[in-house]
Design a protein around this ligand. Structure first.
Ligand SMILES: *Cc1c(COP(=O)(O)O)cnc(C)c1O
Length: 386
């Protein structure tokens, strides 16, 4: 055991100006899920992303829920969704009583495979039921390959929800991540590239749809003096205090992207020479924000598994994590349809993949600790420990 302090995977990183915005909220007494910070955060974020509008919400999950409902998803429908992702990408499909259909990754970006997507569409045509929407995830801060994906979805006339929870600040063909689909969603959870402690955003060019989302997110209260409701609503709006934190965080975003990319570059420089180790590639049309540095370890070449490395890093007080367990392997989704790319990509990424500490506030000293630990773990044959 080490007595060195714990190194976290992706801790919050405050810039310093957050308290100014929060103080403003206190002074004007806008301590509510409404107020000037909420409006300004929406404007500033949509301007950054290049979308016409945005709705600030209390989580990325609620943003996905509203996007699906805006696209008319309801009981009995199907929705396609990336399999290699966090469960929040698909849970809202279940909230609406619809059935998720999972799509594998392709090896160049680790994101949704256009080939598997096409297979899923062909099958759905045969079955006589096209999906109502496709949830495309930008994994670990890397944009999916939208040229290929949108071409397929447009051909079938099915809209895309871009789950950009992990990819704020990344881009694809020079366009900001989150602006590719009919709707884009972001998360400001504590572990994301910028945070409001908890929060999310729905973005789109369809301002009418965003107005509807804003209405649903505030209990769907009809215009009347008394309390009148004709539709189901939710309490999903972001607090004006937290929106203040978000505004200050957004000012730091480009610096955060640069910091995380530097962290990736250093891991790559110091670890990519190890036989059997491969880093998540950067797609040629995209620029990752490198939210998390992710890599795979081939146990046949390295003599150690990704899981063993995560465990041994934990013994050294370093938090690493396995790559997401694909949703089609989750007990929650047993029996759901799934379309693989070739013999399956996401399952291998899960069994061989891990994510390294990547916070934008990771010090050079702490990154050296992580690198030295991995070099030590990987050069020592595992049999010595057994
Ligand atoms: C974090 C995350 C979400 C959910 O965002 P919350 O704000 O935590 O609700 C959704 N999708 C992906 C891919 C995520 O990483």
């Amino acid at each position: 055991m080490t007595h060195e302090p714990r190194i976290y995977l992706s801790p919050p990183h405050m810039g310093g100006r957050e308290q100014v915005f929060v103080q403003d909220a206190f002074e004007s007494n806008w301590i509510a899920p409404v107020g000037p910070n909420v409006d300004a955060f929406e404007n500033e974020l949509s301007e950054y992303v290049g979308s016409r509008g945005a709705v600030a919400l209390h989580s990325g999950t609620s943003a996905i829920h509203l996007a699906l409902r805006l696209l008319g998803v309801s009981a009995g429908d199907t929705v396609f969704c990336s399999s290699l992702t966090f469960v929040a990408s698909a849970n809202p499909i279940l909230y609406l009583g619809a059935a998720p259909v999972f799509i594998d990754s392709e090896p160049h970006s680790w994101n949704m495979s256009p080939e598997a997507l096409e297979a899923a569409f062909l099958d759905s045509m045969k079955m006589g039921q096209l999906p109502k929407a496709v949830v495309v995830v930008n994994l670990y801060g890397q944009s999916a390959d939208y040229d290929a994906i949108l071409q397929i979805c447009d051909r079938y006339g099915v809209p895309v929800i871009e789950d950009a929870a992990e990819s704020l600040g990344a881009s694809y063909r020079g366009k900001k991540s989150g602006s590719m689909g009919k709707f884009g969603i972001f998360s400001f959870n504590g572990n994301k590239i910028i945070t409001t402690s908890g929060g999310g955003m729905l973005v789109s060019n369809d301002l009418d749809a965003l107005d509807k989302a804003r209405f649903w997110s505030t209990q769907a209260r009809d215009q009347a003096l008394h309390y009148q409701h004709s539709e189901i609503g939710y309490n999903y709006r972001l607090s004006n205090l937290l929106a203040g934190v978000g505004r200050a965080q957004l000012q730091e975003l480009d610096a955060r992207v640069a910091a995380r990319r530097n962290i990736f570059e250093r891991y790559y420089a110091e670890l990519s020479h190890i036989a059997g180790v491969s880093f998540m590639p950067e797609h040629q049309l995209g620029k990752c924000n490198r939210w998390l540095t992710a890599l795979t370890v081939d146990p046949d070449v390295c003599g150690i598994t990704a899981t063993e490395i995560v465990t041994k890093l934990a013994e050294r007080n370093i938090e690493a994590r396995p790559v997401w367990k694909p949703l089609h392997l989750q007990p929650l989704f047993t029996g759901r349809r799934y379309y693989a790319h070739g013999s399956g990509i996401s399952e291998t990424l899960f069994s061989q993949g891990l994510c390294l500490p990547s916070g934008s506030n990771l010090t050079e000293y702490d990154q050296t600790r992580v690198i030295q630990a991995i070099l030590g773990i990987m050069s020592a044959p595992t049999v010595l420990y057994q």
